[in-house]
Design a protein around this ligand. Structure first.
Ligand code: AMP
Length: 282
């Protein structure tokens, strides 16, 4: 695995591979890597002959008062995990490589960024769309892999690629969970022991919602009421939102049908966690 920070070195390495007819896979991350991230590297390996992973804690997707400064960083650990997972190139850009001095361009994807994370974290998705567009321009991958963990972000990236004709295949990887069901997240390290136990309510409530749909429930309001009640029964959980949305547009559905996502966000103390269930209902 080679590690590069400069744009010129990145372009040189990728151009060499592309010149040999290789297919370039790309996994963008913010580091503090866990098995969820590594599953995306593995997936990228199945779709490409070379895998580039970026680690960049993107300042523009954090709002004022959010956790940018204390976001976990572990470059040494990340580098060892990526080398073992079969990453070919680790890209560690500085902020002024992503945002060249004088840069004023911001990318805004409308549709799927509305509501939910877009509402709870104003400016977040503009930061995400801008960094993803910049990284795509730098790496120019054939295929990019994102996690279903961030379902609204995934819908946004798909819309970005479609609308700007970027000719990048987007592949999604399923949510990787801890043994007790908690979705892996770099932010789980913020949780105290009681909050950590309480946080499993997200996965339990989503599993119950999935079972209800499998048993024939098609009314999103009734489903969300039950899910919210189950989360409210956990005293350490503070629900921010729960809904049933169409997977591609992230608009709430009136009847549960087609490919839907049930996104939930809740706070445990000062830690905000996301989870979701995705299912196809015929
Ligand atoms: P992050 O480093 O949190 O920005 O995430 C980088 C990528 O890893 C995104 O595409 C996430 O959706 C994905 N990801 C994060 N957590 C998980 C997980 N538990 N399972 C699968 N993918 C994940």
């Amino acid at each position: 695995m080679i590690t590069v920070a400069a744009e010129r070195e990145l372009r040189h390495a990728v151009a060499k591979w592309r010149g040999r007819g290789e297919r370039i896979g790309f996994v963008p991350t913010m580091g503090a890597l866990h098995a969820g991230h590594l599953s995306l590297v593995e997936l990228a390996r199945k779709h490409a002959s070379r895998v580039v992973v970026s680690v960049f804690v993107n300042p523009t997707q954090f709002g004022p008062g959010e956790d940018f400064a204390r976001y976990p960083r572990d470059l040494e650990g990340d580098s060892a995990k990526l080398a073992a997972a079969g990453c070919d190139l680790l890209f560690l850009p500085e902020a002024d490589t992503i945002y060249p001095p004088g840069s004023t361009t911001r990318v805004r994807v409308e549709g799927p960024s509305r509501g939910f994370e877009g509402e709870c974290r104003p400016g977040h998705f503009e930061g995400v769309a801008t960094v993803v567009a910049a990284l795509f321009g730098l790496v120019r991958p054939d295929v990019a892999v994102f996690g279903e963990k961030d379902a609204q972000q995934l819908a946004l990236v798909r819309a970005l690629v479609r609308d700007l004709h970027l000719a990048i295949e987007i592949v999604a990887g399923p949510i990787v969970r801890e043994e007790d069901g908690l979705a892996m997240s770099s932010r789980n390290v913020y949780l105290g022991p009681q909050e950590r136990r309480a946080a499993t309510v997200l996965q339990r409530s989503l599993a119950a919602a999935r079972a209800a749909i499998e048993a024939g429930e098609r009314d999103p309001a009734r489903l969300v009421d039950r899910l919210a009640a189950q989360i409210a029964a956990e005293p350490l959980a503070h629900l921010e939102y729960a809904a049933v949305v169409a997977a591609d547009t992230f608009r709430p559905v009136e009847r549960i049908a087609g490919e839907v996502v049930i996104p939930v966000a809740a706070r445990f103390g000062s830690t905000r966690l996301l989870d979701n269930a995705r299912l196809r209902v015929d």
